[in-house]
Ligand binder design. Structure first.
Ligand code: ADP
Ligand code: MG
Length: 339
């Protein structure tokens, strides 16, 4: 008799959860990405106690068909890719089909979703990977996810959660990046009853920057916009008066996905060259677009790194675009008015 056997699905999900769900902010990131992939134009987020007690994400996207609702919570279940070829040109934020089963394995989840305007949808409740309730329910088109008591059944993980304030900091970070990534989506974020962010969703990035960093910062930013046969760059980057003490000030989006990349940050900083005080970073929101085959996002579920092909060309393009944007505006210290 051999001793090797396949893990049962529940155990496999719990193990995957260890990678995908590090803290409440990772749940929030996955849920917002799903809302964005669903084509939502409004995303409303409510959190309690740093997201450990409750996270609720309601969107007006395409919704989940009633017959698909259970399947959505199964491992490797996704509507976003189906062939190996798709994997090399990913156009959605999600694609692994791991988030919902992983989250449901370590929390108490209620999902109400409707894929049409009938006012009727379906409700599913899962606790620790076990289905507790499934029934028809009133629902507008879209998806409403409530995640309670994250890590209630994994005490070892729960023990490592930091203070409410620290977890809230991570939640806010995710909210800000996602809002900056999609000025065309109206986001709201409230924590323990206080509204912390509200963006208009009218497509104006400067308005989102004003909501996140304040109007003074928004006024001190110049527009970036340049094209190259392989890439385009757009966004806002600060005149050297609006600097921060760490690189979190830089929000980098590649095909709408928030990522981190030295291959982008280094040429950005080089473009500022001596304009930046020592150990200061410019406030920047940089959105790069390129053919999905030129960037590999399939690195790790929770990690933010990406790999670029033609990296040297990309670096040169970024440095030049930022330099030009700054060069044409560097002598107008107050920048343009907030539109
Ligand atoms: P992935 O996003 O990688 O496909 P998830 O586990 O996050 O995997 O979600 C599984 C599937 O559930 C998605 O592919 C999608 O079809 C559906 N889904 C999840 N969240 C939403 C949502 N907010 N709106 C519409 N569909 C959703
Ligand atoms: Mg997803």
């Amino acid at each position: 008799m051999g001793v090797i056997r396949l893990l049962d699905e529940h155990l496999a999900n719990q193990i995957a959860a260890g990678e995908v769900v590090e803290r409440p902010a990772s749940v929030l990131k996955e849920m917002i990405e799903n809302a964005v992939d669903a084509g939502a134009t409004t995303v409303d987020v409510t959190a309690e106690d740093g997201g450990l007690a409750l996270l609720r994400i309601a969107d007006n996207g395409c919704g989940i068909e009633p017959d698909d609702l259970r399947t959505a919570f199964q491992r490797h279940a996704t509507s976003k890719i189906s062939t190996a070829k798709d994997l090399f040109q990913i156009a959605t934020l999600g694609f692994r089909g791991e988030a919902l089963p992983s989250i449901a394995a370590v929390a108490k989840v209620k999902c109400v979703s409707s894929a049409d305007a009938s006012g009727l949808g379906r409700l599913l409740e899962i606790e620790g990977g076990e289905i507790k309730r499934e029934e028809d329910a009133a629902s507008a088109r879209g998806t409403d996810m409530t995640i309670r008591e994250l890590f209630y059944n994994t005490p070892a993980r729960l023990k490592y959660m930091k203070t409410v304030q620290t977890e809230l900091g991570h939640l806010s970070d995710v909210m800000y990046r996602q809002a900056l990534a999609r000025p065309d989506i109206a986001f709201t974020f409230s924590h323990n009853g206080t509204t912390l962010l509200r963006t208009p969703g009218n497509g104006d990035l400067r308005r989102v920057v004003a909501a996140v960093y304040g109007t003074a910062a928004a006024k001190a930013m110049v527009e970036l916009s340049a094209d190259h046969p392989d890439y385009s760059i757009a966004g806002l980057t600060a005149l050297p008066v609006e600097t921060r003490s760490n690189r979190n000030a830089i929000t980098l989006l590649v095909n709408g996905r928030y990522v981190r990349s030295q291959a982008v940050v280094q040429p950005l900083l080089q473009a500022y060259h001596t304009l930046l005080p020592l150990h200061r970073f410019p406030l920047s929101v940089i959105s790069l677009r390129m053919h999905p085959s030129l960037v590999d996002v399939n690195v790790h579920p929770a990690k933010l790194e990406v790999r670029f092909s033609k990296e040297n060309e990309l670096r040169a393009f970024i440095e030049q675009s930022v330099r030009e944007a700054l060069g044409s505006q560097a002598y107008i210290p107050s920048g343009a008015a907030v539109r």
